[in-house]
Design a binder for this molecule. Structure first.
Ligand code: SF4
Length: 211
């Protein structure tokens, strides 16, 4: 079969019938932006089909890129730990990213995360919108500024509005908090502990809404 060409939107790669498995399979061949050349593979969302909560991060990291699964690296482990502390079972959730390929630049032998640009975010957005439409969560949680601003607009500030439940056309509520990787990047242990505690508090607020 000839390779599909893209007009710059992931929608060009959509399967005829929309389901999470068919979208995941189709996304594996997505070339709607240049990030497919840099990442090892597409890292599609994963989780419960009708999850009440859908978490969105920015993009897969190094370990996610290698394993093909979202939120399995150091930030994913911190995320799991915080979810457990808040009494939320990850197996009852759906987790995904705004952008499905790992964008990175070399630093010595390491691959360092590079923020996706607006064109890459908009090219990838149809995958995210399709995931949201199929999962139909009660609450979407944006993890970090990229996810929050993709969903809530460029003026949204996680630092000022984290933990608020905002009505939306995508789901009854969207809440934003920090991305767990930002906690890992805290400058010292005390700040890291404090940020971890604030993250768990945001997730506890979420747990109360989900009851
Ligand atoms: S980042 Fe998204 S739009 Fe770009 S190639 Fe990967 S799956 Fe397609």
């Amino acid at each position: 079969m000839p390779r599909k060409k893209s007009s710059g939107s992931a929608a060009d790669f959509f399967p005829e019938k929309l389901s999470l498995p068919s979208l995941r399979a189709a996304a594996a061949d997505c070339k709607a932006c240049d990030l497919w050349k840099r990442g090892t593979q597409t890292v599609f969302g994963e989780g419960r089909r009708r999850a009440v909560v859908l978490f969105i991060g920015e993009q897969p990291g190094n370990e996610e890129d290698l394993s093909g699964k979202p939120f399995v690296g150091p930030a994913g482990r911190l995320f799991d730990d915080a979810l457990a502390q808040a009494g939320i079972d990850r197996s009852q959730t759906y987790v995904t990213n705004v952008v499905k390929h790992f964008k990175w630049e070399p630093r010595g032998k390491r691959r360092i995360h590079k923020k996706p640009n607006g064109q890459e975010i908009s090219a990838c957005r149809p995958w995210l919108e399709a995931e949201i439409a199929l999962v139909k969560p009660k609450v979407i949680v944006a993890l970090g500024a990229t996810a929050a601003q993709t969903l809530l607009g460029p003026k949204f500030r996680v630092t000022k509005q984290r933990g608020e439940f905002i009505e939306s056309t995508l789901a009854p509520y969207i809440m934003a908090t920090v991305h767990p990787s930002s906690i890992l990047r805290a400058p010292d242990d005390e700040t890291r502990r404090l940020e971890h505690r604030r993250f768990v508090e945001d997730l506890k607020k979420l747990a109360r809404v989900l009851q």
